[in-house]
Design a protein around this ligand. Sequence first.
Ligand SMILES: [Zn+2]
Length: 194
Amino acid sequence: MTTLKFYLGLREEILKQISGVENSNGYFSWDDTTPNWLTKSRLESLLEKHILLAKELGVYIVTRYTKCSNPKHEWYPTTNRYGMTIPYQDERFIWDGRQLYQNERLSTCPCSPKNKPHNNWVIDDIIYDKSADIENCRTIALILEDVSDAIKKSGDNKPRSGIREYLLRATLRINDAILPKSVDDYIAEARKTL
Ligand SMILES: [Zn+2]
């Protein structure tokens, strides 16, 4: 998985979610027929797939439990989807405060094997492998956050424009990341020649 391959695949899938279907002329149109619950579940699988792919580029998501019903709960026990042990503030990673999600989630706190599923307050931290291209990791983190924010906007009675706003922002970030320079840099240079 190269960075470019990651961006191209993610961009294509986000555009498909924006439009529902690709028209035969190759352009994407706004789709107003897909119900929000379906958009939400599609975006959730899109996000999960790209979270797993992003690991190859050094971006990891670690879930931290701030508290639970166990009185012996201490500090921030963590879980992750990689089958690895990554304690909070693990020094192999850069923890620069970005979060994919922070709220209650029905889950089992890892502070004791006796814990049962409960509505725990969890934080999904986005962290970067210290040996990875950190600027690139930061861009990927922002894009994953946009997709996560789109999911938060995809409740049943919420307007579609909220979902699109975040998906479009993710697309703009990907466009800038794919091109040799960002559109802002291009404009700044073009202005000098006016
Ligand atoms: Zn706990």
